[in-house]
Ligand binder design. Structure first.
Ligand code: MRU
Length: 353
């Protein structure tokens, strides 16, 4: 039997100048790997959520820049730098809320600008994108170690959306902590919210948990309050898509409600994210751009209309949890507690272990 930690997959890889990724819109019933050789296809895959989860989107964006560079070196050798900046801005705009995409694209552009010569830039960019993925996986494993120790012995842990290996370069943020704690024998059960409307919990987190042999149950999003009130949850762990300088957290829609419910019920609420998700230039979560997605995600199920004809639908994909509801933020560099303003900055600067 595969252990919880061994079950983690890498959802994306660089193979001979192409991006190979598992199509997350088809999971859990079909495991289909796509091979993309044009950066525009990678942009489309990000927009359509074939690859999703803030850190995984960052890795995909980095590989997209590497693919674009190889193409532009042939088609626009004289205007390579300008054309690469244009392609990078198209890639960086694919989804707005997660911080990791812009962070990864900026890092790739920095590599391009500082590359020794046109002859080496394409190779340097591929190497940089692979480094971004490797570092993300290493960060997640470190977060797993830091975060597992926070969880109550024998407790049941609620998680939201999918912050597992699928959402990252590998291993997972919130789910990486949960898998580590499960493997350590520290926790007794995992409760996964289905995560309407895209069902990342029901389709993806449930897939990862069952593959890892974890004792887990799925609940409707609206059952979370009841579960907390009746003592069925001892801690909540979620991921994050962007964290502002004051510790406000943008994450999958519904996270804010869970955090308020956790506080009301005296349950710790932990957030796990690599430092690449921190956006310390943003003073607070009020400034985070929230992505609104197609109403069809809400009104249809598997392409079949379920909502009454003629009804409008509003589909914000993320919300912002004010920092006062967050018990601690787990990063690869350690666990940060309030006050987050100084704590997050010291963490990024490496002055806190
Ligand atoms: O819209 P998605 O599926 O890309 O949402 C992002 C997420 O997976 C979650 O919000 C997650 O907690 C942060 S990414 C590890």
């Amino acid at each position: 039997m595969t252990s919880a930690v061994q079950a983690a997959i890498r959802p994306i890889a660089w193979v001979d100048g192409r991006v190979r990724l598992i199509d997350q819109t088809l999971l859990p019933h079909r495991e289909v790997w796509l091979e993309l050789s044009d950066y525009r296809e990678v942009v489309a895959a990000i927009k359509e959520m074939r690859i999703r989860g803030a850190p995984a989107i960052g890795v995909a964006g980095a590989y997209a820049v590497a693919i674009a560079a190889a193409e532009l070196m042939v088609t626009h050798p004289g205007d390579f730098a300008n054309q690469l900046e244009k392609a990078a801005s198209e890639i960086g705009d694919a989804r707005p809320t997660g911080a990791n995409l812009a962070w990864a694209v900026d890092r790739m552009l920095h590599t391009a600008r500082t590359s020794e010569s046109p002859a080496t830039v394409v190779e340097a960019l591929a190497t940089e994108a692979m480094a971004i993925q490797d570092e993300d996986e290493d960060a997640n494993r470190a977060m797993g170690r830091h975060g597992a120790q926070l969880l109550p012995q024998g407790g049941a842990i609620l998680t939201h959306c999918n912050a597992g290996s699928l959402a990252t370069g590998g291993f997972g943020t919130a789910l990486g902590i949960i898998m580590t704690a499960w493997e350590d024998g520290r926790i007794s059960k995992v409760i996964a919210t289905e995560t309407r409307p895209f069902l990342q919990g029901a389709r993806l987190t449930a897939w990862e948990l069952t593959k890892g042999g974890v004792d887990a149950s799925l609940i409707a999003d609206s059952a979370a309050g009841h579960m907390m009130q009746t003592g069925a949850v001892q801690a909540v762990v979620t991921g994050a898509d962007r964290i502002a300088a004051n510790g406000d957290v943008a994450n999958k829609i519904g996270t804010y409600s869970l955090a308020v419910l956790a506080k009301e019920n005296g349950i710790p609420f932990y957030v796990a994210a690599p430092t690449s998700t921190l956006d310390l230039d943003l003073p607070s979560g009020r400034d985070i751009v929230i992505e609104y997605r197609s109403p069809d995600e809400l009104t249809e199920l598997n392409g079949e209309r379920v909502a009454a004809d003629g009804i409008d639908a509003i589909n914000p994909a993320f919300d912002v949890t004010p920092h006062r509801y967050v018990t601690a933020i787990v990063t690869e560099k350690g666990v940060v507690r309030k006050p987050y303003g100084s704590g997050l900055r010291n963490t990024v600067e490496g002055t806190v272990g």
